[in-house]
Design a protein around this ligand. Structure first.
Ligand SMILES: Cc1cc2nc3c(=O)[nH]c(=O)nc-3n(C[C@H](O)[C@H](O)[C@H](O)COP(=O)(O)OP(=O)(O)OC[C@H]3O[C@@H](n4cnc5c(N)ncnc54)[C@H](O)[C@@H]3O)c2cc1C
Length: 342
């Protein structure tokens, strides 16, 4: 009997892939824990684009990211996984005497027989706008993440950036806002169709060559000052809300010191097993790389199944690799639970 509460699998990252891995691990009879540095489950879908539609997850012709996460969380926790939120995984040490790993976070030490890393792009932070006074208005009109579109209704809004996120937010906010101005310093990098839609919309576009140089207000944001470098002209845009979408800084951070094989901020895995170079440590989702990898939710879910099935066999070489159909497995579980209750 171990002196610790040792889990069969600890999943690092509670994004869509980690959540699906948690469900599948539980379905296969493993005890599972999910660790995420964010205070909420859902990964990029909740932190970066909760109000955007996803069109390419099987079974949903079109679904808001936040609604997808609702189902993913319900499913992910339905087979008993324990979530540990607001904790960043830091070190992983094999305990040879015990035959399992000690995984430390900034809050606790967890004990686990296997690990599935579903850490996406790592811990991510929006790039901050360097203009003076912007930081002082964070939470008072300056946003780096959009949580609720309704908060922009009937407001004067400025969006900064020229990539997909900036253009998509501008398109989503324009119909609700009193006015929308998009400020960008060079050419648009967003999808051509979105850029065409933006040009056809009622949004005012200040680009190329425009940059936000200052923001002003009192209790709340009131003005955004933009400078046009080629002409030297400065304009003052009345605005109560400023959405900055100029990208993210992502870093695998502490995971880089675990001895994993890493190529360009991604963990190298064997795509047949999703095993990393460390024994009992698997990975799935955006964090992995192998020839032909697609960084998508659907492919990450398939990788999670492969990782869990191989973790099952790693833990018990006599176990079946293939669980079969979920209908049979889950019905069997339900019958066993009913029998235990009776
Ligand atoms: C704007 C935008 C639109 C997109 N649209 C689509 C789309 O339409 N269809 C599609 O399939 N994909 C889309 N994607 C990509 C999709 O979001 C990713 O493929 C998906 O989120 C990957 O899931 P994941 O679980 O692997 O990683 P993530 O969602 O990134 O989750 C990883 C989690 O790990 C946590 N984490 C990282 N490091 C640590 C650590 N050390 N300790 C603890 N926790 C840690 C993070 O906090 C995060 O919650 C889009 C992405 C963006 C940015």
């Amino acid at each position: 009997m171990s002196e610790h509460n040792v889990f069969d699998v600890t999943i690092i990252g509670g994004g869509p892939v980690g959540l699906f891995a948690a469900f599948y691990a539980g379905m296969r009879g493993l005890t599972a824990k999910i660790i995420d540095s964010l205070p909420e489950l859902g990964g990029q879908l909740i932190a970066v684009y909760p109000e955007k539609y996803i069109y390419d997850v099987a079974g949903f012709p079109k679904i808001l990211a936040k609604d997808y996460v609702k189902g993913a969380v319900e499913q992910g926790l339905s087979t008993g996984a324990v979530p540990c939120l607001g904790e960043t995984a830091q070190t992983l040490t094999w305990l040879p005497e015990a035959g399992y790993y000690a995984l430390t976070t900034d809050k606790a030490t967890h004990y686990t027989r296997t690990v599935i890393i579903c850490a996406g792009v790592g811990s991510f932070e929006p790039k901050r706008l360097p203009a003076p006074t912007v930081a002082a208005f964070e939470g008072r009109g300056v946003h780096y993440l959009v949580r609720d579109l309704e908060s922009f209704r009937d407001k004067d809004v400025v969006v900064v950036g020229g990539g997909d996120s900036a253009v998509d937010w501008a398109l989503a906010i324009t119909p609700l806002a009193r006015s929308l101005t998009l400020v960008h310093r060079s050419k648009f990098r967003a999808h051509e169709r979105s850029v065409a839609a933006l040009h056809a919309s009622s949004a005012t576009l200040y680009y190329p060559g425009y940059e936000v140089v200052e923001v002003r207000g009192n209790a709340h944001l009131e003005e955004v000052h933009v400078h046009h470098s080629p002409s030297g002209e400065t304009r003052v845009i009345p605005a109560q809300e400023l959405v900055v979408a100029i990208g993210f800084v992502a870093d695998l951070g502490p995971l880089k010191s675990w001895g994993l094989t890493i190529e360009r901020n991604s963990i190298v895995v064997d795509p047949q097993t999703m095993a990393t170079n460390l024994p009992g440590v698997f990975a799935a989702g955006d964090v992995v790389t192998y020839p032909g990898k697609f960084k998508l939710i659907a492919t990450g879910a398939a990788e999670a199944i492969t990782a869990v099935n191989h973790a099952v066999v790693y833990l018990n070489p006599a176990a079946r690799l293939d669980a079969g159909h979920s209908t049979n497995v889950m019905e069997k579980r339900e019958r066993a639970a009913q029998a235990a209750e009776a």
